[in-house]
Write a protein that binds this ligand. Structure first.
Ligand code: SF4
Ligand code: MG
Length: 349
Protein backbone atom coordinates (compact mmCIF):
# COMPACT_ATOMS: atom_id res chain seq x y z
CA UNK A 1 0.00 0.00 0.00
CA UNK A 2 1.33 3.38 -1.00
CA UNK A 3 0.83 6.77 0.51
CA UNK A 4 -2.53 8.41 -0.06
CA UNK A 5 -1.85 11.83 1.43
CA UNK A 6 1.57 13.40 1.21
CA UNK A 7 2.22 16.76 2.77
CA UNK A 8 5.69 17.98 2.01
CA UNK A 9 7.53 21.02 3.37
CA UNK A 10 4.29 22.90 4.12
CA UNK A 11 4.79 26.38 5.51
CA UNK A 12 1.93 28.71 6.41
CA UNK A 13 2.05 32.27 7.69
CA UNK A 14 -0.66 34.56 9.01
CA UNK A 15 -0.62 38.32 8.67
CA UNK A 16 -2.17 40.03 11.68
CA UNK A 17 -1.97 43.49 13.18
CA UNK A 18 0.75 42.14 15.47
CA UNK A 19 2.87 41.16 12.52
CA UNK A 20 3.60 38.04 10.50
CA UNK A 21 3.14 34.73 12.29
CA UNK A 22 5.05 31.78 10.84
CA UNK A 23 2.63 29.15 12.07
CA UNK A 24 3.73 26.12 10.07
CA UNK A 25 7.37 25.60 9.28
CA UNK A 26 8.17 22.90 6.72
CA UNK A 27 5.65 20.27 7.80
CA UNK A 28 6.05 16.75 6.35
CA UNK A 29 3.19 14.34 6.90
CA UNK A 30 2.18 11.10 5.21
CA UNK A 31 -0.94 8.99 5.55
CA UNK A 32 -0.82 5.61 3.84
CA UNK A 33 -3.80 3.79 2.39
CA UNK A 34 -5.92 2.25 5.11
CA UNK A 35 -3.90 3.90 7.83
CA UNK A 36 -4.93 6.15 10.72
CA UNK A 37 -2.36 8.75 11.65
CA UNK A 38 -2.76 10.93 14.73
CA UNK A 39 -1.41 14.45 14.67
CA UNK A 40 -0.73 15.30 18.30
CA UNK A 41 0.28 18.54 20.00
CA UNK A 42 -0.77 21.29 22.37
CA UNK A 43 -3.48 23.79 21.48
CA UNK A 44 -2.03 26.38 19.13
CA UNK A 45 0.72 24.16 17.70
CA UNK A 46 -0.67 24.30 14.16
CA UNK A 47 -2.75 21.10 13.96
CA UNK A 48 -5.92 22.76 12.77
CA UNK A 49 -4.02 24.95 10.31
CA UNK A 50 -2.55 21.76 8.85
CA UNK A 51 -6.03 20.23 8.54
CA UNK A 52 -7.46 23.35 6.97
CA UNK A 53 -4.65 23.54 4.45
CA UNK A 54 -5.36 19.96 3.41
CA UNK A 55 -9.11 20.56 3.21
CA UNK A 56 -8.63 23.82 1.33
CA UNK A 57 -10.51 25.78 3.99
CA UNK A 58 -7.64 27.93 5.22
CA UNK A 59 -8.82 31.54 5.07
CA UNK A 60 -6.48 33.26 2.59
CA UNK A 61 -5.87 36.04 3.56
CA UNK A 62 -4.91 36.27 6.37
CA UNK A 63 -3.42 32.80 5.89
CA UNK A 64 -0.68 32.38 3.29
CA UNK A 65 0.81 29.09 2.14
CA UNK A 66 4.40 30.14 1.55
CA UNK A 67 5.84 26.80 0.51
CA UNK A 68 5.12 23.14 0.13
CA UNK A 69 3.06 20.51 -1.58
CA UNK A 70 -0.06 18.63 -0.64
CA UNK A 71 -0.53 15.52 -2.75
CA UNK A 72 -3.56 13.29 -2.59
CA UNK A 73 -3.46 10.08 -4.57
CA UNK A 74 -0.91 11.69 -6.85
CA UNK A 75 -2.86 14.92 -7.49
CA UNK A 76 -1.09 18.14 -6.53
CA UNK A 77 -3.84 19.89 -4.55
CA UNK A 78 -2.16 23.26 -4.06
CA UNK A 79 -1.27 23.60 -7.73
CA UNK A 80 -4.53 22.27 -9.17
CA UNK A 81 -7.65 23.93 -7.79
CA UNK A 82 -10.03 21.78 -9.82
CA UNK A 83 -8.41 18.62 -8.46
CA UNK A 84 -8.66 20.03 -4.95
CA UNK A 85 -12.39 20.70 -5.38
CA UNK A 86 -12.97 17.22 -6.74
CA UNK A 87 -10.99 15.51 -3.98
CA UNK A 88 -12.74 17.59 -1.31
CA UNK A 89 -16.14 16.72 -2.69
CA UNK A 90 -15.70 13.07 -3.51
CA UNK A 91 -12.88 11.65 -1.48
CA UNK A 92 -12.18 13.62 1.67
CA UNK A 93 -14.46 14.40 4.51
CA UNK A 94 -13.95 16.40 7.66
CA UNK A 95 -15.32 15.65 11.11
CA UNK A 96 -15.40 18.80 13.20
CA UNK A 97 -14.77 19.50 16.82
CA UNK A 98 -17.90 21.38 17.76
CA UNK A 99 -21.15 20.06 16.27
CA UNK A 100 -23.16 23.13 17.22
CA UNK A 101 -20.98 25.30 14.99
CA UNK A 102 -21.56 23.06 12.01
CA UNK A 103 -25.11 21.90 12.52
CA UNK A 104 -27.72 24.46 11.63
CA UNK A 105 -30.23 25.05 14.41
CA UNK A 106 -33.10 25.60 11.96
CA UNK A 107 -32.90 22.38 9.93
CA UNK A 108 -33.68 18.87 11.06
CA UNK A 109 -30.92 16.26 10.91
CA UNK A 110 -32.35 14.54 7.82
CA UNK A 111 -32.43 17.67 5.72
CA UNK A 112 -28.84 18.53 6.61
CA UNK A 113 -27.70 15.03 5.68
CA UNK A 114 -29.56 15.31 2.37
CA UNK A 115 -27.85 18.66 1.70
CA UNK A 116 -24.42 17.20 2.27
CA UNK A 117 -25.28 14.24 0.03
CA UNK A 118 -26.67 16.42 -2.76
CA UNK A 119 -23.74 18.81 -2.84
CA UNK A 120 -21.06 16.17 -3.16
CA UNK A 121 -18.54 16.95 -5.84
CA UNK A 122 -17.96 20.52 -4.78
CA UNK A 123 -20.00 23.55 -5.73
CA UNK A 124 -19.53 23.23 -9.47
CA UNK A 125 -21.95 20.42 -10.10
CA UNK A 126 -21.31 18.84 -13.48
CA UNK A 127 -24.08 18.71 -16.10
CA UNK A 128 -24.58 15.11 -15.22
CA UNK A 129 -25.17 16.02 -11.57
CA UNK A 130 -27.66 18.71 -12.53
CA UNK A 131 -29.48 16.38 -14.90
CA UNK A 132 -29.56 13.65 -12.31
CA UNK A 133 -30.98 16.07 -9.78
CA UNK A 134 -33.68 17.17 -12.19
CA UNK A 135 -34.65 13.74 -13.45
CA UNK A 136 -34.01 11.59 -10.49
CA UNK A 137 -34.79 13.88 -7.63
CA UNK A 138 -37.44 11.76 -5.96
CA UNK A 139 -35.47 8.56 -6.32
CA UNK A 140 -32.34 10.26 -5.05
CA UNK A 141 -34.19 11.58 -2.06
CA UNK A 142 -35.42 8.14 -1.16
CA UNK A 143 -31.94 6.69 -1.56
CA UNK A 144 -30.38 9.45 0.51
CA UNK A 145 -32.96 8.96 3.24
CA UNK A 146 -32.24 5.25 3.33
CA UNK A 147 -28.51 5.86 3.47
CA UNK A 148 -28.98 8.41 6.26
CA UNK A 149 -31.04 5.98 8.34
CA UNK A 150 -28.47 3.25 7.80
CA UNK A 151 -25.59 5.52 8.87
CA UNK A 152 -27.39 6.86 11.94
CA UNK A 153 -28.10 3.27 12.84
CA UNK A 154 -24.44 2.35 12.34
CA UNK A 155 -23.58 5.19 14.70
CA UNK A 156 -25.89 3.47 17.24
CA UNK A 157 -28.31 6.35 17.37
CA UNK A 158 -31.56 5.05 18.82
CA UNK A 159 -34.57 5.58 16.53
CA UNK A 160 -32.64 6.67 13.42
CA UNK A 161 -35.87 7.31 11.45
CA UNK A 162 -37.20 9.64 14.11
CA UNK A 163 -33.81 11.35 14.47
CA UNK A 164 -33.99 12.53 10.85
CA UNK A 165 -36.85 14.80 11.85
CA UNK A 166 -35.19 16.08 15.00
CA UNK A 167 -33.34 19.37 15.43
CA UNK A 168 -29.75 19.44 16.80
CA UNK A 169 -30.84 21.15 20.04
CA UNK A 170 -33.02 18.15 20.81
CA UNK A 171 -29.97 15.85 20.84
CA UNK A 172 -27.29 15.33 23.49
CA UNK A 173 -23.69 16.33 22.77
CA UNK A 174 -22.71 12.71 22.14
CA UNK A 175 -25.64 12.18 19.75
CA UNK A 176 -24.81 15.36 17.88
CA UNK A 177 -21.24 14.17 17.43
CA UNK A 178 -22.55 10.88 16.04
CA UNK A 179 -24.70 12.82 13.59
CA UNK A 180 -21.63 14.83 12.52
CA UNK A 181 -19.75 11.59 11.85
CA UNK A 182 -22.70 10.12 9.92
CA UNK A 183 -22.78 13.30 7.81
CA UNK A 184 -19.08 13.03 7.13
CA UNK A 185 -19.58 9.44 5.95
CA UNK A 186 -22.61 9.98 3.72
CA UNK A 187 -20.65 10.55 0.52
CA UNK A 188 -18.54 7.47 1.17
CA UNK A 189 -15.18 9.23 1.47
CA UNK A 190 -11.90 7.34 1.35
CA UNK A 191 -10.18 9.80 3.62
CA UNK A 192 -11.35 11.34 6.89
CA UNK A 193 -9.88 14.28 8.73
CA UNK A 194 -11.10 14.41 12.30
CA UNK A 195 -10.27 17.57 14.26
CA UNK A 196 -10.59 16.78 17.98
CA UNK A 197 -14.09 15.34 17.51
CA UNK A 198 -14.34 14.00 21.06
CA UNK A 199 -12.77 16.84 23.02
CA UNK A 200 -16.02 18.29 24.37
CA UNK A 201 -17.43 14.91 25.46
CA UNK A 202 -17.06 13.02 28.71
CA UNK A 203 -14.70 10.06 28.74
CA UNK A 204 -17.35 7.33 28.39
CA UNK A 205 -19.01 8.98 25.41
CA UNK A 206 -15.59 9.81 23.98
CA UNK A 207 -14.65 6.12 24.04
CA UNK A 208 -17.93 5.11 22.40
CA UNK A 209 -17.36 7.61 19.59
CA UNK A 210 -13.77 6.43 19.11
CA UNK A 211 -14.98 2.82 18.90
CA UNK A 212 -17.60 3.71 16.29
CA UNK A 213 -15.09 5.63 14.22
CA UNK A 214 -12.51 2.88 14.40
CA UNK A 215 -15.11 0.29 13.48
CA UNK A 216 -16.14 2.23 10.39
CA UNK A 217 -12.56 2.94 9.38
CA UNK A 218 -11.69 -0.75 9.57
CA UNK A 219 -14.86 -1.92 7.85
CA UNK A 220 -14.38 0.44 4.89
CA UNK A 221 -10.59 0.42 4.92
CA UNK A 222 -10.65 4.21 5.22
CA UNK A 223 -7.61 6.36 5.80
CA UNK A 224 -7.75 8.95 8.53
CA UNK A 225 -5.85 11.89 9.91
CA UNK A 226 -6.95 12.22 13.52
CA UNK A 227 -6.07 15.48 15.24
CA UNK A 228 -5.88 15.60 19.01
CA UNK A 229 -4.01 17.17 21.91
CA UNK A 230 -4.58 13.94 23.86
CA UNK A 231 -1.95 11.20 23.51
CA UNK A 232 -4.29 8.72 25.20
CA UNK A 233 -6.85 9.21 22.45
CA UNK A 234 -4.11 8.93 19.83
CA UNK A 235 -3.06 5.59 21.28
CA UNK A 236 -6.65 4.33 21.05
CA UNK A 237 -7.12 5.15 17.40
CA UNK A 238 -3.85 5.57 15.51
CA UNK A 239 -1.44 3.25 13.72
CA UNK A 240 1.15 5.98 13.65
CA UNK A 241 1.62 9.19 15.58
CA UNK A 242 3.08 12.51 14.44
CA UNK A 243 4.03 14.83 17.27
CA UNK A 244 3.82 18.51 16.43
CA UNK A 245 5.40 21.35 18.33
CA UNK A 246 5.14 25.04 17.42
CA UNK A 247 4.39 24.42 13.75
CA UNK A 248 6.93 21.65 13.21
CA UNK A 249 6.68 17.88 13.21
CA UNK A 250 9.20 16.81 15.85
CA UNK A 251 8.71 13.04 15.94
CA UNK A 252 6.95 10.39 13.85
CA UNK A 253 6.63 6.71 14.63
CA UNK A 254 4.39 3.69 15.03
CA UNK A 255 2.08 4.17 17.97
CA UNK A 256 3.55 1.37 20.08
CA UNK A 257 7.10 2.55 19.36
CA UNK A 258 6.30 6.12 20.43
CA UNK A 259 4.85 4.82 23.70
CA UNK A 260 7.65 2.30 24.28
CA UNK A 261 10.49 4.68 23.59
CA UNK A 262 9.73 8.35 23.00
CA UNK A 263 12.84 9.98 21.56
CA UNK A 264 12.14 13.68 21.27
CA UNK A 265 12.33 15.56 24.60
CA UNK A 266 8.94 17.14 23.82
CA UNK A 267 7.32 13.74 23.25
CA UNK A 268 8.86 12.56 26.52
CA UNK A 269 7.43 15.60 28.26
CA UNK A 270 3.97 14.88 26.86
CA UNK A 271 4.13 11.28 28.06
CA UNK A 272 5.44 12.28 31.48
CA UNK A 273 2.53 14.61 31.94
CA UNK A 274 0.13 11.63 31.78
CA UNK A 275 1.96 9.09 34.02
CA UNK A 276 -1.15 7.03 34.74
CA UNK A 277 -1.54 6.26 31.10
CA UNK A 278 2.06 5.75 30.11
CA UNK A 279 4.08 4.69 33.13
CA UNK A 280 6.51 7.51 32.44
CA UNK A 281 7.00 9.82 35.36
CA UNK A 282 8.57 13.18 35.42
CA UNK A 283 7.91 16.83 35.56
CA UNK A 284 6.12 17.28 32.24
CA UNK A 285 6.87 20.43 30.29
CA UNK A 286 7.15 23.92 31.68
CA UNK A 287 6.42 27.02 29.68
CA UNK A 288 4.27 27.73 26.67
CA UNK A 289 4.26 27.46 22.93
CA UNK A 290 6.40 30.33 21.60
CA UNK A 291 5.27 33.50 19.96
CA UNK A 292 5.00 32.87 16.22
CA UNK A 293 5.96 36.40 15.28
CA UNK A 294 9.45 35.75 16.61
CA UNK A 295 9.95 31.99 17.00
CA UNK A 296 13.05 30.82 18.89
CA UNK A 297 16.18 30.36 16.77
CA UNK A 298 17.58 26.89 16.19
CA UNK A 299 15.23 24.29 17.63
CA UNK A 300 11.90 25.95 18.41
CA UNK A 301 11.64 23.84 21.57
CA UNK A 302 14.97 24.91 23.07
CA UNK A 303 13.62 27.46 25.60
CA UNK A 304 11.57 24.68 27.20
CA UNK A 305 13.84 21.71 26.64
CA UNK A 306 15.54 20.10 29.67
CA UNK A 307 18.17 18.57 27.35
CA UNK A 308 19.00 21.71 25.37
CA UNK A 309 22.67 22.11 24.47
CA UNK A 310 23.86 25.69 24.50
CA UNK A 311 25.58 26.79 21.34
CA UNK A 312 23.87 24.05 19.34
CA UNK A 313 20.15 23.88 20.01
CA UNK A 314 19.68 27.65 20.16
CA UNK A 315 21.64 28.17 16.96
CA UNK A 316 21.37 25.29 14.52
CA UNK A 317 18.02 24.62 12.85
CA UNK A 318 16.83 21.05 13.35
CA UNK A 319 16.32 18.53 10.58
CA UNK A 320 14.31 15.35 10.61
CA UNK A 321 16.55 12.37 11.20
CA UNK A 322 15.57 8.84 10.29
CA UNK A 323 16.25 6.57 13.25
CA UNK A 324 15.87 2.82 12.98
CA UNK A 325 12.79 1.64 11.15
CA UNK A 326 9.80 3.86 10.37
CA UNK A 327 10.81 6.55 12.84
CA UNK A 328 11.92 10.12 12.47
CA UNK A 329 12.96 12.64 15.09
CA UNK A 330 13.91 16.29 14.72
CA UNK A 331 16.44 16.82 17.48
CA UNK A 332 20.19 17.44 17.75
CA UNK A 333 20.59 14.64 20.29
CA UNK A 334 20.37 12.17 17.42
CA UNK A 335 22.00 11.55 14.09
CA UNK A 336 20.50 10.59 10.78
CA UNK A 337 20.64 6.83 10.17
CA UNK A 338 21.25 5.98 13.83
CA UNK A 339 20.27 2.52 15.14
CA UNK A 340 17.11 2.56 17.14
CA UNK A 341 18.83 0.99 20.19
CA UNK A 342 21.47 3.71 20.23
CA UNK A 343 18.81 6.39 19.98
CA UNK A 344 16.72 4.82 22.74
CA UNK A 345 19.81 4.72 24.98
CA UNK A 346 20.37 8.44 24.41
CA UNK A 347 16.71 9.16 25.15
CA UNK A 348 16.81 7.20 28.40
CA UNK A 349 19.95 8.99 29.52
FE1 SF4 B 1 16.00 19.82 23.02
FE2 SF4 B 1 18.06 20.47 21.48
FE3 SF4 B 1 16.59 18.36 20.86
FE4 SF4 B 1 15.60 20.80 20.58
S1 SF4 B 1 17.30 19.93 19.45
S2 SF4 B 1 14.58 19.07 21.46
S3 SF4 B 1 16.51 21.84 22.30
S4 SF4 B 1 17.88 18.62 22.68
MG1 MG C 1 -7.28 23.23 16.98
Amino acid sequence: TGSLLDVHDLSVSFDTYEGRHDVLDGVDLTVNEGETVALVGETGCGKSVTARSIMGTLPRPPGDITSGEIRYDGADLLADEAAHERVKGDEMSMIFQDPMTYLSPVYPVGSMMADVATYSGGRDASWWEILKNLLGHRADREAIRERSVELLDRMRIPDPEGTLDRYPVELSGGMRQRVIIAMALINEPDFLIADEPTTALDVTVQNQILDLLRERVEERDLSMLYITHNLGVAREIADRICIMYAGEIVEVGRTEDIFDAPLHPYTRGLLESIPKLTGFEGTGIDGQIPDYTDPPSGCRFHPRCPAAMEGTCDVEPVEEYAVGDDRTVACHLYEDGMDFEDAAAIAAD
